[in-house]
Write a protein that binds this ligand. Structure first.
Ligand SMILES: Nc1ncnc2c1ncn2[C@@H]1O[C@H](COP(=O)(O)OP(=O)(O)O)[C@@H](O)[C@H]1O
Ligand SMILES: [Mg+2]
Length: 266
């Protein structure tokens, strides 16, 4: 069993991630206005809403790249509201970016291995005192990186520079990169945007496979077909507030959701 699955198995009753009355202001603008929800262990939860709804701000708050004006964020039951992003990664939260920017001249495997930093190799003193440990960790990281590249169907490009990748392949590399830290939950920001139809099917399949390993997902996506096929539950945000919650079919029928999309800028 993977570390992440084990971690979740022990705490099936505790939501992986909780937002509790979260508010975020930018000057006079309330980008996220008193939003509360849970992400249950093992689910794929969708987050949709018109442009400007506050979805990306919500992701930034969950991941710790910005802090809430008020309200709380809990990871596996622990309050992390004021905690920096790298500490939340250490607690099992992974996040992909809408526009992944791998280092173009490093190979795929080198790009992924960068994500495994923070281990002994980074600490100079440890490096000096226990070089064998560092070498063993590096070897283990390389093996894991190769396995993850295989998982996202990119192993044939492992030693190519990242610049050769298409937009869709970059999204797959991004998925492998976050997996390197053994996340319990992965926040995916628009994984389908700019991806061709063939690669989109690969991405959907990979998300399903990774979810079957016990990893939870929260997914921002405009592609409703993808949301309907993947998400067990969907949250809808509009004008900073949580508007509706249910299955993809349920929220699509909700008159408040229809009005938000018609009245919004999406
Ligand atoms: N750093 C920021 N400074 C000021 N306003 C921001 C900032 N980030 C987002 N906003 C505003 O917050 C609102 C929500 O934006 P965002 O979270 O990006 O929405 P979405 O991702 O749903 O399209 C928008 O009105 C946006 O202009
Ligand atoms: Mg956005």
């Amino acid at each position: 069993m993977s570390e992440a699955a084990e971690r979740q198995g022990k705490e099936t009753c505790v939501p992986v991630l909780t937002a509790s009355n979260v508010v975020r202001r930018f000057g006079g603008l309330v980008a996220v206005n008193n939003v509360s929800f849970h992400v249950k262990a093992g689910e794929i939860l969708g987050l949709i809403g018109p442009n400007g709804a506050g979805k990306t701000t919500m992701f930034d708050l969950l991941a710790g790249s910005i802090l809430p004006t008020s309200g709380d964020i809990l990871l596996n039951g622990t309050r992390v509201s004021g905690e920096a992003a790298h500490l939340r990664i250490g607690r099992g939260l992974g996040r992909t970016f809408q526009i992944p920017r791998p280092l173009p001249n490093l190979t795929l495997i080198e790009n992924i291995m960068l994500a495994a930093q923070g281990q002994a190799g980074e600490k100079l003193l440890a490096n000096f005192l226990t070089p064998w440990r560092v070498a063993a960790q590096e070897k283990a990281a390389r093996t894991k990186a190769l396995e993850l590249l295989e998982l996202v169907t990119l192993s044939h490009l492992a030693h190519e520079p990242a610049r050769v990748l298409s937009g869709g392949q970059r999204k797959l590399l991004e998925l492998a990169r976050v997996m390197m830290a053994d996340p319990a939950i992965i926040l995916l920001d628009e994984p389908a945007a700019g991806v061709n139809a063939t690669l989109l099917e690969v991405i959907i399949d990979r998300i399903r496979d990774i979810n079957a390993r016990g990893i939870t997902f929260l997914l921002i996506e405009h592609n409703i077909d993808m949301v309907t096929r993947l998400c067990h539950r969907v949250l809808v945000m509009a004008s900073g507030q949580l508007l509706s919650e249910g299955t993809a079919e349920e929220v699509a029928r909700d008159p408040r959701v229809i009005e938000a999309y018609l009245g919004g800028t999406a």
